[in-house]
Ligand binder design. Structure first.
Ligand SMILES: NC(=O)c1ccc[n+]([C@@H]2O[C@H](COP(=O)([O-])OP(=O)(O)OC[C@H]3O[C@@H](n4cnc5c(N)ncnc54)[C@H](OP(=O)(O)O)[C@@H]3O)[C@@H](O)[C@H]2O)c1
Length: 306
């Protein structure tokens, strides 16, 4: 049996469907199981990593546990920032997973910059990664930058800005480079990891095939949405305070947008393509990823600019 934490989240909910679709037996952990829409073969269990009583019981009998939790959007009454919440959650999870006899954890975190210090968000993702790998040494941490999919917060921000702004202002971040990855490739990596023995105990960077600047990403998304959006280049630092504007325009919470924007200080590129070779995957192109994401999006809600 495999446990999926964060089963109400973007990646977690897709992964539950993917694993169950392969006939795997899945236990979906959620703070509020009534929000789960589970396929046959998946069972719900209530679990809050910040209230760890009963967490070990929730993981009992699971050889593998996916860790797909972050708490940037979920400020709690007891206060504290997202990094301290995520630290506490990971600590409780490691203790419970060890007590329950979990052998491997599969974690999806963020690519880290090579040119400078990680942002608060990426430092926190890295801290969680280290806690999981130290606490359960046969675990695997996958690191990605933007996941392209209709439910992905970072992709949704880009689409909403293209949709709602006639001219797109770009400050220093427009020149930063990254390799966005199709959500279907992320799901392939996650689903294959428990069966990929050579991935045990490793941190692997996962990425799409194309290296793009954020300006190119935005231009390509606009093109695939069928709209023309001239860009306006602003001097570096001109978008101080821009997170509030972006949050308002994109409809995403400021607690999420601000740390995501702070992560655009440096290029976010994979260290190597070891994961591709290890898993034998051929990643989908950026255009295919965006087309798939926009089609998915339009099945669920209207897209004004397409
Ligand atoms: N989306 C991307 O573009 C992207 C890119 C790179 C890496 N990742 C990584 O992928 C992982 C999953 O991200 P996501 O985009 O799927 O995030 P998401 O949609 O925001 O989901 C986060 C999940 O964490 C759960 N959670 C938060 N606090 C919890 C707690 N105390 N106890 C139990 N569950 C808790 C949430 O549950 P509730 O529904 O109850 O709040 C939700 O299910 C993260 O590690 C993220 O860093 C994502």
């Amino acid at each position: 049996m495999e446990a999926v934490t964060g089963a109400t989240g973007y990646i977690g909910s897709l992964l539950v469907k993917r694993l169950a679709g392969e006939g795997r037996v899945v236990r979906a952990l959620a703070r509020d199981p009534s929000r789960l829409d589970l396929p046959a073969g998946a069972h719900a269990v209530e679990a809050d990593l910040l209230r760890p009583r009963g967490l070990a019981a929730a993981l009992e009998g699971c050889r593998v546990a996916y860790y797909l939790v972050h708490s940037m959007e979920s400020a709690t009454a007891d206060g504290g920032d997202f990094a301290s919440r995520d630290r506490r959650a990971a600590e409780a999870f490691v203790a419970a997973a060890n007590a329950a006899g979990v052998e491997r954890v599969v974690y999806l975190g963020g690519l880290t910059p090579r040119a400078g210090p990680p942002s608060r968000h990426l430092a926190s993702r890295l801290e969680v990664e280290r806690m999981l790998l130290d606490g359960l040494p046969r675990s695997t941490a996958l690191r990605a930058s933007i996941v392209v999919g209709a439910g992905s917060s970072s992709f949704r921000i880009i689409v909403r800005l293209v949709e709602r702004l006639r001219v797109l202002p770009l400050a220093g971040f427009g020149a930063r480079r990254t390799r966005p990855i199709d959500e279907r490739d992320v799901l392939d990596y996650l689903a294959l990891t428990p069966r990929t023995i050579a991935a045990a105990g490793r941190t692997l960077d996962v990425a799409g095939p194309q290296e793009l600047t954020f300006a190119e990403i935005i231009a390509r998304v606009a093109e695939l949405m069928g709209v023309g959006r001239p860009t306006l280049r602003l001097p570096s630092g001109a978008m101080q305070g821009g997170a509030a504007v972006v949050a308002r325009l994109s409809g995403q919470p400021l607690e999420l947008v601000r740390p995501l924007m702070e992560s655009l200080e440096h290029d976010l590129l994979p260290r190597n393509d070891d994961a591709l070779r290890l898993y034998g995957l051929r990643p989908r192109s950026f255009d295919r990823a965006v087309d798939h994401a926009l089609a998915d999006w339009e099945r669920a809600e209207r897209l004004g600019a397409r």
